[in-house]
Design a protein around this ligand. Structure first.
Ligand SMILES: *[C@@H]1O[C@H](CO)[C@@H](O)[C@H](O)[C@H]1NC(C)=O
Ligand SMILES: *[C@@H]1O[C@H](CO)[C@@H](O)[C@H](O)[C@H]1NC(C)=O
Ligand SMILES: *[C@@H]1O[C@H](CO)[C@@H](O)[C@H](O)[C@H]1NC(C)=O
Ligand SMILES: *[C@@H]1O[C@H](CO)[C@@H](O)[C@H](O)[C@H]1NC(C)=O
Ligand SMILES: *[C@@H]1O[C@H](CO)[C@@H](O)[C@H](O)[C@H]1NC(C)=O
Ligand SMILES: *[C@@H]1O[C@H](CO)[C@@H](O)[C@H](O)[C@H]1NC(C)=O
Length: 379
């Protein structure tokens, strides 16, 4: 369907709160399964947890499956999350709660090994600081899974406005419109996210084996194959921070969606930022510029015209149904843009033989995406 027609239909379907509207279909060659897991991790200095002690965080996996979705849709967000985000971002009550999907298949079987196209890399994702939680990036993460990635989104309890643990217990955290994150707290949140990302990477081979991930038992696949990391906002800064603490055999590449950077150090591996001009353009943000100057590996910063911070989460789609604090870019266009740039970067840094990054939209600006500008590059 033509893009503009598709978004028009979405707007029409979504402009009646309470009336179900389905999130966009997947374009990759796989269907997508999902599962939630608690990763044990003792932290006695957690600024958000009761008595400052947290004992674990939550990983949501999105992965390729052959199982076909049944035709019935269900809400794509937890009702608590939908309610909190509607209020914080000025949506008519019930708008987000009414959004549905059939393509997120909880606990669907993993692919049989013979159907698994290798490599099937693992990507680790971090959401924005203080929210929104991982489920509010479902569209972006499931699209990558449909293209052959295993994606693990990590939620820190008590920091995210709401998460539902695998056992069904709901956990509230910071208010969804919390504005009390000062520089000190931001630094602690960053380091906590970095620690949790590294903890996940360490725990993943064992978890994968216990889940029956098809290639988990073959030729040391997981042990010898690096993950890619990415995230939005604080999650993007922490993706870069995690790469700084790990060798390139552990974390092969890092991508930030409209995020800053705290640990300004040479990653010596591919790193990119896709964001609004205020975040990635050197004349606006000296912080990212200083980091960029240090890179000896491949580095790019792309600014996207017409975007604001929450165009880099599922808000890009939500805004077709109202809300405030989004940029002027068409929501369906922005989703397609993110899907394309994310998949290209990870295809070229995680999949392609000999580590590509050649002949692609990452090398030069392209007439296909005139709203995307390369604002920093080092080769
Ligand atoms: C928990 O951590 C916060 C932030 O670091 C601190 O202000 C608070 O005093 C701590 N509370 C306890 C009970 O340790
Ligand atoms: C929601 O609307 C209020 C009142 O117009 C405004 O002050 C606030 O900034 C809006 N929130 C967002 C996230 O845009
Ligand atoms: C559910 O799991 C969470 C995280 O492990 C735990 O904190 C909570 O106590 C559990 N709830 C119940 C009712 O067992
Ligand atoms: C992160 O882990 C290191 C040890 O690896 C620890 O010293 C530090 O306190 C942790 N940071 C936070 C914020 O939990
Ligand atoms: C910053 O990166 C360096 C590696 O360049 C690493 O040694 C250091 O631990 C990192 N700092 C933090 C606070 O994570
Ligand atoms: C990335 O690779 C997957 C699997 O080969 C393919 O479906 C997808 O079209 C590729 N995407 C891009 C943007 O290169």
């Amino acid at each position: 369907m033509h893009r503009n027609l598709a978004s028009l239909l979405v707007v029409l379907a979504a402009s009646f709160p309470g009336q179900a509207s389905e999130i966009p279909p997947l374009t990759g060659s796989y269907n997508v399964g999902a599962s939630k897991h608690v990763i044990d991790f003792y932290n006695p200095k957690d600024p958000f947890a009761p008595h400052n002690i947290s004992t674990g965080f939550m990983a949501t996996l999105f992965y390729p499956t052959l199982q076909r979705p049944c035709s019935s849709c269900r809400p794509y967000l937890q009702p608590e999350t939908a309610g909190l985000m509607e209020k914080a971002w000025n949506f008519t009550q019930g708008t987000l709660a009414a959004m549905t999907t059939a393509h997120v298949q909880w606990d669907a079987p993993w692919l049989p090994l013979k159907e698994t196209r290798l490599p099937m890399p693992t990507l680790v994702f971090g959401p924005g600081g203080g929210g929104p939680p991982v489920e509010c990036y479902t569209m972006i993460l499931t699209e990558l899974a449909s293209r052959g990635y295993i994606v693990a989104g990590l939620d820190h309890p008590f920091e995210q406005p709401f998460i539902r643990w695998p056992n069904g217990t709901g956990q509230y955290g910071l208010p969804a419109d919390y504005d009390g994150i000062d520089e000190r707290l931001y630094g602690i949140m960053h380091d906590m996210r970095v620690n949790e990302t590294l903890r996940f990477v360490e725990a993943w081979p064992e978890l994968a084996r216990s889940l029956g991930v098809p290639h988990a038992n073959h030729a040391g696949f997981l042990e010898s194959t690096a993950v890619g990391v990415f995230g939005h906002s604080l999650g993007g800064a922490a993706a870069i921070g995690a790469a700084a603490r790990a060798s390139h055999q552990v974390i092969a590449s890092a991508l930030s969606l409209d995020g800053g950077v705290l640990n300004k150090t040479d990653l010596a591996r591919p790193v990119m930022n896709l964001g609004q001009q205020a975040t990635v353009d050197p004349s606006f943000n000296p912080e990212w510029t200083e980091f960029a100057r240090l890179q000896t590996g491949w580095m790019r910063a792309f600014s996207v015209e017409g975007t604001e911070h929450h165009d880099f989460d599922d808000g890009a789609f939500w805004k077709l149904s109202g809300g405030t604090s989004f940029g002027a870019i068409d929501g369906m266009r922005q989703l397609e843009l993110m899907n394309t740039y994310l998949a290209t970067f990870f295809n070229e840094t995680m999949v392609r033989e000999g580590g590509g990054l050649k002949d692609s939209i990452l090398e030069e600006e392209t007439p296909e995406w005139p709203e995307v500008h390369i604002v920093q590059r080092n080769r």
